[in-house]
Design a protein around this ligand. Structure first.
Ligand code: IPE
Ligand code: IPE
Ligand code: MG
Length: 273
């Protein structure tokens, strides 16, 4: 006979599995965002709430990363950008920054085979040169090893600042104009976007932030112009498949109007009619 606790756990596990399947089946595969961007926030508070050091929260956050990468690939998301380390995060205590860099190296090293197997292609955006040499080496290796993959594009934002990205794009364009390679009057959104880190990727349609904070924290300021924003009330280490499915369902219930009226969207009327 099963001990009571085990029986209870089995029932509970079965119950949550069926919720997960119900959620998954409610998602319209024809209306998925191509690109999801996530601000993975709340690791430190999650650990503190458990009487642990902040770094413990970062370690547990890796389990969520693995699950969300796999779930996104499974369901057919084409691009997933994860905000893993901001340019401002360099201002944290040295011990935490060192632990995060070490965790990054170890995680990439451990996961790269799995990424390869799952047809995931890795990319990095941010100030790559500011990362420690060992991180750059490990990342470059993973980028090369997964370069031929054709499934999910996993984009890690590391040492990333959207303002720096925008200022750098302006600088690159100014230099091209100065060298006579480009005319100022030909600078438009397309030219500008070609000079961002994200030139190869479509804009995210859905941006998720965990931990109940309602801010963008210097993340994809240009690219999120028309993204739907979703704020999950859980810390990142608690954000799992079910939470991703809930975010997708919420996204699919929204009407994306892009400046038009609701009537235009519903009747599919062209402009000026
Ligand atoms: C997100 O969690 C991870 C990084 C920014 C690297 P935090 O470390 O910001 O955790 P909180 O927000 O302080 O709880
Ligand atoms: C944003 O989280 C950066 C990452 C998730 C990597 P932070 O925790 O650094 O953001 P703020 O400082 O609270 O806005
Ligand atoms: Mg935070």
């Amino acid at each position: 006979m099963l001990p009571l606790a085990t029986a209870y756990f089995c029932t509970f596990a079965h119950f949550s599995y069926s919720i997960l399947m119900d959620l998954l089946q409610s998602i319209d595969r024809g209306k998925l965002p191509k690109h999801i961007a996530i601000i993975m926030d709340g690791n430190g508070r999650w650990a503190k709430e458990r009487g642990q050091d902040r770094v413990y929260g970062h370690h547990e956050g890796v389990i969520s990363v693995r699950e969300i990468v796999n779930a996104s690939a499974e369901i057919g998301i084409q691009y997933l950008t994860l905000y893993a380390f901001s340019a401002e995060n360099w201002n944290r205590p040295k011990a935490e920054v060192d632990a995060l860099m070490e965790l990054l190296v170890n995680t990439i090293r451990k996961e790269v085979e799995e990424l390869k197997k799952n047809n995931v292609r890795m990319h990095v955006i941010g100030d790559f040169e500011s990362l420690p040499a060992i991180c750059r080496r490990e990342l470059n290796e993973a980028i090369d090893m997964t370069a031929a993959n054709t499934g999910l594009n996993l984009i890690l934002a590391l040492s990333y600042s959207s303002r720096n990205e925008i200022v750098n794009a302006a600088k690159k364009i100014a230099e091209k104009v100065q060298r006579g390679e480009l005319k100022a009057e030909n600078v438009n959104c397309e030219v500008f976007e070609a000079n961002l880190y994200t030139s190869k990727f479509p804009d995210p349609e859905l941006m998720i932030r965990t931990s109940g904070e309602y801010r963008i924290s210097n993340f994809l300021l240009y690219q999120l112009a028309y993204a739907e924003l979703y704020f999950a009330p859980v810390h990142w280490p608690d954000f799992r498949k079910q939470n991703l499915y809930e975010a997708l369902l919420n996204y699919q219930q929204r009407e994306r109007r892009f400046g038009k009226t609701s009537e235009q969207i519903q009747t599919n009327t062209p402009e000026h009619v």
